[in-house]
Design a protein around this ligand. Structure first.
Ligand code: APR
Length: 384
């Protein structure tokens, strides 16, 4: 997964490089600096001595010694002094220079702490925004797995307004297993609530059918039948089926042919012969997207996308399907039809599904915001 947020201790991560929030002497200190030096052992300090310090916003690299990580990239974040002394640009430079140094050293994976968000006093919510937006800009142009490590929940300051809106939505919508009356599917619920005059008022107001989009593929998918939700394939079963099959690759011209004929997407999606990956490739073409634009927006790495593209029988996980639904900006009905292709359905007894449903129902397709929200509610992130 190109970008993930995890809770934990950065010194334990087996990645190519971990980033140290150091001070300009590079001779160790407290916080994550102290933890990294303790875990790496004395040889790290010996090598740091040869670097003769580091300026704020810059980055230098050493070996990782006793750490599971191969390298340590030492960077110095700004000390917060109110925000009017170039702190934001210096913090961005610390992330950017660390990422470019990782790239230069052929690192495929790198992990960051929240630079300057501890002793250096950078406001945690602003530090998070700078970290995520700088990493995002880098990943739009480069391939790398980047992890942002949150040491304790206290350090993660998610957008308060958004947090309370999602909490309210969860209160109205999320039903734990016990309360579930087997409705299973989101559309099943919607059909029932509309059929009974919107029994669950809040649900109908959120799910009142959207104005039909003009886009061909959207119209087509809107009228997808509201079937009972199929039994959700277990992730284990899906994971096992993820093995690449040797099925011959359907030439991409298949989609081109489809696009040349005025194909109605409903028919295509109802066409059970059409697989998840064929539907995906068709919708990428229908939206005039480049493959890379789509998989980057979906927080899916290039290798996995190539696997999906080359195997028409590829069986994705639910997170992968939802990630592409967000990247393609599908509405709820299109998302359900797309999930059905892979044997899944949105469920109100799954908190992560309800959170993703909140974003889609509100037309917010920003994958980084969705993943920050999923992290804030202790759920698995979208992407793969
Ligand atoms: N793993 C991941 N994150 C950690 C760990 C750890 N083991 N320990 C601390 N953190 C987090 C903190 O919770 C904080 O969110 O790292 C973030 C940065 O905090 P600091 O380590 O205090 O770094 P910073 O705010 O950049 O201040 C740097 O502190 O430790 C000294 O020598 C360092 O002088 C420098 C200053």
């Amino acid at each position: 997964m190109p970008f993930r947020i995890v809770l934990g201790d950065i010194t334990k991560l087996s990645v190519d490089a971990i980033v140290n929030a150091a001070n300009s002497s590079l001779l160790g200190g407290g916080g994550v600096d102290g933890a990294i030096h303790r875990a790496a052992g004395p040889r790290l300090l010996e090598e740091c001595r040869t670097l003769h310090g580091c300026r704020t916003g810059e980055a230098k690299i050493t070996r990782g010694y006793d750490l599971p990580a191969k390298y340590v990239i030492h960077t110095v974040g700004p000390i917060w002094s109110g925000g009017a002394h170039g702190e934001e640009e210096l913090l961005r430079s610390a992330y950017r220079n660390s990422l470019h140094l990782a790239l230069k050293n052929n690192c495929e994976s790198v992990a960051f702490p929240m630079i300057s968000a501890g002793v250096y006093g950078y406001p945690k919510d602003q530090a998070l925004e700078v970290a995520v937006s700088t990493i995002r800009a880098f990943l739009e142009k480069n391939e790398m797995d980047v992890t942002l490590v949150i040491f304790d929940r206290e350090s993660f300051r998610f957008d308060v307004r958004l947090y309370s809106e999602i909490s309210g939505y969860l209160r109205n919508t999320y039903e734990d297993e016990r309360a579930m009356s087997g409705s299973g599917s989101l559309l099943g619920d919607m059909a029932r609530s509309v059929a009974f005059g919107g029994a669950a008022g809040s649900r109908r107001s959120i799910f009142s059918p959207k104005k039909k989009e003009s886009k061909a593929c959207r119209n087509a998918m809107d009228s997808a039948p509201m079937a009972e939700a199929p039994m959700e394939a277990s992730d284990e079963a899906v994971a096992m089926a993820d093995e690449e099959r040797s099925a011959p690759t359907e030439p991409r011209m298949y989609c081109a042919q489809a696009m040349s004929a005025p194909m109605d997407l409903t028919h295509a999606l109802e066409n059970l012969d059409e697989s998840f990956s064929q539907a995906l490739l068709r919708m990428i073409d229908a939206r005039g997207l480049k493959d890379s634009e789509c998989y980057k927006k979906a927080n899916i790495d290039r290798k996995l996308f190539s696997k999906i593209r080359s195997d028409i029988h590829y069986r994705p996980s639910k997170q992968t399907v939802l990630a592409f639904a967000v990247a393609l900006e599908l509405d709820l009905q299109e998302t359900e039809a797309f999930l059905k292709k892979a044997g899944f359905a949105l469920s109100h007894s799954n908190k992560a599904d309800v959170i993703v449903e909140y974003f889609i129902a509100n037309g917010n397709y920003d994958m980084y915001s969705i993943n920050e929200a999923l992290f804030a509610f202790d759920q698995n992130l979208l992407g793969a």
